[in-house]
Ligand binder design. Structure first.
Ligand code: FAD
Length: 438
């Protein structure tokens, strides 16, 4: 078969047996009659959670209608293939924003629910699933189940963060939050080590809805853990947003141009740029929440071998030493990325049985795929995360071992009865140590 949907890291490369576009107007026959199925949203997961080697991928993006909007209550009914960018485009001018948005808006509602995605305001409002009023789920045994915290509540909790394994989400009702317009006000400031980051974050979390930090992942010695901390709140400004110019990375370079020297120079410049220190900053919505979305197909920059992302969360009591250990390891390995993001999750318990967010510090970074050395680094980072009692985010993962998966997701036993037997994924077979479909 010629078509091969990929995940954002373009690794691993897998070949599904069939790729089907879900019909816009009806549920076609035979969806579940062949190999194991999996929904494919927009492939913005990095590893193999959205892939299905030897199985059937059901692409959902043709079902992308906004079904209704109650502009008094901020309740939005959408089909699951609608992109968050489309919701923002339609609802922001009406004074409503998504309650939670991840670092890219090119994510479908189905994908956002299945990974129970989080944003820069996790410490205030929890994750995406907290703002889903109800959803419609198509199961292979036939029929559509309407799930909510009161109707089929266990299936609802299994489907939020359920990695696409409990059935096909057809539609959802989302609760939006009121905003005056598309502007944010806040500040950015440099910090010179992890202890300073933790103090800044603790102070900012009280009065800022959005907090996040960029980290210089190659800074060593006394500079280890330095970065730039940003905090913001929605502003009362109602001025129209400026137009946005997009740029597309036109080709995949024949090799990955990102090496230690390039990273060192980039990180130095990024840390020292004047905008890293602003006491009264103003951002428009896309620049603050989705800065990378203006560079279309930026994942090509990692070359033909692709890249991996690692994202963990480590509990508050051991966050600082565990992060120190990870940063030391990454610096010594010479591997790393422009994008290293650090954030403190709040303590609102996730609704989903398999949701990733939990209290602690979460660190996310990209690594170019350099074969064995990258694999070794990922395994070592997994070991530190295990020892710290943390977890790794399936949406970003291509390496998790079955033992680590069982440790990171203690509700696995409660989740398993809700997995639809017709559904599976490359990720699922890997972490369950099951034989490949082909
Ligand atoms: C630049 C960038 C920044 C990011 N920032 C963040 C962030 O800040 N926070 C965060 O949490 N994540 C972040 N992510 C990850 C991304 O938000 C998630 O991986 C998201 O789930 C991708 O959604 P998708 O629509 O592309 O789904 P896919 O990646 O295609 O699929 C993801 C999962 O959802 C399932 N799925 C999709 N549609 C359905 C459906 N209709 N029914 C059932 N299951 C379905 C799939 O089977 C799969 O298991 C980021 C990704 C990128 C590329």
């Amino acid at each position: 078969m010629s078509e091969r949907p990929t995940s954002w890291g373009r690794q691993p490369v897998v070949s599904p047996d069939r790729v089907i576009d879900l019909d816009r107007d009806r549920i076609q026959d035979g969806l579940f009659s062949g190999s194991p199925v999996l929904a494919f949203g927009n492939g913005r997961s990095y590893g193999d959670v959205c892939l299905n080697e030897g199985g059937t991928l059901i692409r959902t993006q043709q079902r992308n209608r906004i079904l209704g909007f109650d502009a008094d209550q901020g309740l939005l009914d959408v089909e699951a293939g609608v992109l968050l960018s489309h919701i923002i485009e339609r609802c922001l001018p009406l004074g409503w924003a998504l309650a939670v948005t991840p670092g890219t808006a090119f994510v479908t509602v189905g994908g956002a629910i299945a990974n129970d995605v989080h944003g820069k305001n996790h410490h205030r409002v929890g994750s995406f699933g907290h703002h889903v009023e109800c959803l419609e789920l198509l199961r292979s045994e036939g029929g559509v189940t309407r799930c909510s915290p009161v109707s089929a509540p266990d299936l609802f909790r299994a489907t939020i963060g359920g990695l696409g394994l409990t059935g096909l989400i057809l539609s959802a009702r989302l609760r939006l939050r009121r905003v005056a317009g598309g502007w944010l006000r806040g500040s950015s400031q440099r910090f010179h080590g992890l202890s300073e980051f933790f103090s800044l974050s603790a102070a900012a979390d009280e009065h800022s809805e959005y907090t996040v930090a960029w980290l210089d992942c190659l800074a060593a010695g006394p500079r280890q853990g330095r970065g730039v901390f940003m905090q913001a709140n929605h502003a009362p400004d109602t001025a129209p947003l400026p137009g946005r110019r997009n740029f597309r990375v036109p080709i995949t370079p024949p090799f990955c141009p990102i090496n230690r020297l390039v990273l060192k120079v980039f990180n130095w410049l990024y840390f020292h740029r004047p905008a890293a220190e602003q006491s009264d900053a103003r951002w428009d919505y896309p620049s603050f929440f989705h800065p990378l979305d203006s560079i279309l197909e930026w994942n090509r920059l990692y070359g033909p071998a692709g890249f991996y992302q690692f994202q963990c969360v480590v509990p508050p009591a051991v966050s600082e030493p565990a992060l120190r250990q990870m940063l030391g390891l990454i610096e010594r390995s010479g591997q790393g990325s422009f994008l290293a993001v650090l954030k403190i999750f709040g303590d609102r318990p996730s609704l989903g049985m398999m949701s990733f967010p939990r209290p602690g510090a979460t660190l996310a970074l990209d690594f170019p795929n350099r074969g064995g050395v990258t694999e070794r680094l990922m395994r070592q980072l997994e070991a530190i995360t295990r020892e710290a009692g943390g977890a790794i985010y399936p949406a970003k993962d291509a390496w998790l071992s079955p033992a680590a998966f069982g440790q990171f997701f203690p509700n696995l036993g409660a989740f398993l009865p809700h997995v639809d037997p017709a559904f599976s994924s490359s990720f699922w077979r890997r972490v369950r140590a099951e034989a490949p479909t082909r």
